[in-house]
Design a binder for this molecule. Structure first.
Ligand code: GRF
Length: 190
């Protein structure tokens, strides 16, 4: 069965690209729609290059029931938040209960919640003097960065690491584990 994935992203889209590449020509899954809240997001360049349908939304549209129906038309097995900075409205969570997953660039429950994204996270982890960081892939529920954890992967923080160096190590973990975790979840949905 070919699973349909919908990807939401606000930024560069390197995770979206990793997912597209991982499932390419596998006959297992494909990204059927890319949604962004940023008209100039790099992820939309990826959508155009990969000829994947894409949508730019505003906050008003995001809240509407009609939007959930529009997504349902793509029959997504999973909705994948890959660096999407808006909180998912409750009606969308209800429409896709336990079908929305998110990746966070730290080891939740630490260093999560509002404002904890991108370099802010890595700076906070380093300033807290932690010796390791990592990624958390979790289900999305009504509370920010709170849903059941699906997978965590860790990396060391070396003495003198700056946020960019930590971010690069975290991205490597993301690009390896996010597609494989999605595959694991899809296998359970067969
Ligand atoms: C990733 O670090 C992810 O953990 C976070 O947002 C970032 C997205 O990066 N949620 P990209 O747009 O996939 O390159």
């Amino acid at each position: 069965m070919m699973h349909s994935l919908i990807v939401f992203a606000s930024g560069k889209g390197s995770n979206a690209q990793a997912i597209i590449d991982y499932f390419r020509n596998t006959g297992k899954a494909s990204v059927s729609l890319i949604v962004s809240n940023k008209p100039d997001a790099g992820v939309l360049d990826i959508a155009r290059r990969e000829q994947i349908p894409h949508l730019v939304i505003d906050r008003q549209m995001f809240q509407q029931e009609a939007f959930a129906k529009q997504l349902q038309a793509y029959k997504p097995s999973l909705i994948v938040l890959a660096g999407f900075l808006w909180k998912v409205p409750d009606q969308l969570i209800a429409a896709f209960r336990n079908r929305i997953i998110n990746i966070h660039p730290a080891l939740l429950p630490d260093f999560g919640g509002k404002g904890m994204y991108g370099a802010h996270v890595h700076t906070a982890v380093i300033q807290a003097g932690r010796k390791e960081s990592g990624i958390t892939i979790h289900y999305v529920d009504e509370v920010y960065d709170n849903g059941d954890i699906i997978l965590q992967a860790r990396c060391k923080i070396d003495e003198g690491d700056n946020p960019d160096q930590l971010a690069a190590r975290i991205h490597q973990l993301e690009h390896f584990y996010f597609p494989r975790t999605i595959e694991f979840l899809l296998n359970q949905l067969q």
